[in-house]
Design a binder for this molecule. Sequence first.
Ligand code: ZN
Length: 468
Amino acid sequence: MTIHKLFAQRAFLPGGWAEAVLFDVDGAGNIVGVTANAAPGDAERAKGPVLPGMPNLHSHAFQRAMAGLAEHAAPGIERGGGRRDDSFWTWREVMYRFVATLTPDQVEAIAAQLYVEMLESGYTAVGEFHYLHHAPDGQPYADVAEMSRRTIAAAQATGIGISQLPVLYGYGGFGAQKAGEGQRRFLNDPSRLLRIVETLKASHKADPQVRVGVAPHSLRAVTPETLDEVVTGLTALDATAPLHIHIAEQVKEVDDCVAWCGRRPVEQLFEIQAPDARWCLVHATHMTDAETSALAASGAVAGLCPTTEANLGDGLFPAEQYLDAGGRWGIGSDSHISVSPIEDLRLFEYGQRLATRRRNVLAGEGDAASVGHRLYQQALAGGAQALGRPIGALEVGRRADLVVLDPDHPAVATLPPERLLDAVVFAGNRNPVRDVMVGGRWVVTEGRHRDAEAVQAAYTTAVSQLLA
Ligand code: ZN
């Protein structure tokens, strides 16, 4: 077996920063040895401090090409009281129009550009919450999994690990309301959705870089029966596969859920399912104290997307209470209005500071008294769990997914190790990521992805067609 040896003068291991670390990586891209206080010997030398790559647990790839298109009062949108009525719901109308003509080739080109940006910013895995399944007229492609194959192809070409989560979308609102025209490309019943899952699993069963799960879109888009059918069907195919759902993003969504069933969304999900460590509740933004405690106790992951949630005017997650209760969480770039784990972690803490008028709100004890340390470490663990892959830590048995920080970055160069993650998260806007390895292969060197130029050229062509 070929073993690649990588030596780091400083690396962030599960127990914290360690010095003189020698990593052994096998030909399949798994870490098979980690030795601290080691001699480098003939190992390749990492050019700076080494961190585990960050999992990005929530992505809608095609929305990358929409970033910047919905930051004005959009013409053609019905507004009740004038220009200030733009909301999540008017943004969604812009998105539906954008999605109407997208082709598989365009989706693949956009996803590749997005994944290059993710890798260059330090994300090494993505959860693709994928609802754009069908042709513009709503008919399935000849291969019902066509669109999912395109995001997976983009992941494979760029080198990012992927958990593909085909979305169950059946209805336009709570209580099995008929879906609208803008939603026709998203619709599947549970059996066709499970066929997509099965097809993808069969195609990628030997690939450690690809995992397949399921994402019921939201309680708005499924019924308790279709949700149950898809959860049961997925469990039969793969008892540990990830299950993601949008849960309580908007106050209107909470109100509509209460009007329909008498319970709030998180409360309702716990009533009809038993969310556990397989589950990721994306945008668990609006929760009562009881819901927050129940989610924290369940072992499920809260999927947080602070920059998108800010962009869409969603609200603030009850972070302090949830973290105090030991709740698990990770981050996603969701609509890709920003593609930076640093910006999402920073905004997560800053939202709490602005709301409470205190500092270091999400600090913990010991090493985790450093906010950067605690946030980075918990986002790694929650992200890895939510994506259902052996990632998120530099230890034996995990994938060799790692980020080398730029030793010449002013903060990285000057601050002591115990402040390094605070430096990364809070000190400035220059990207501190120098090199990125995924599954044992370098995909970013000196800040640049190996195919950045070609991928961007294809992206520019795709988007200029779309906006023509
Ligand atoms: Zn989403």
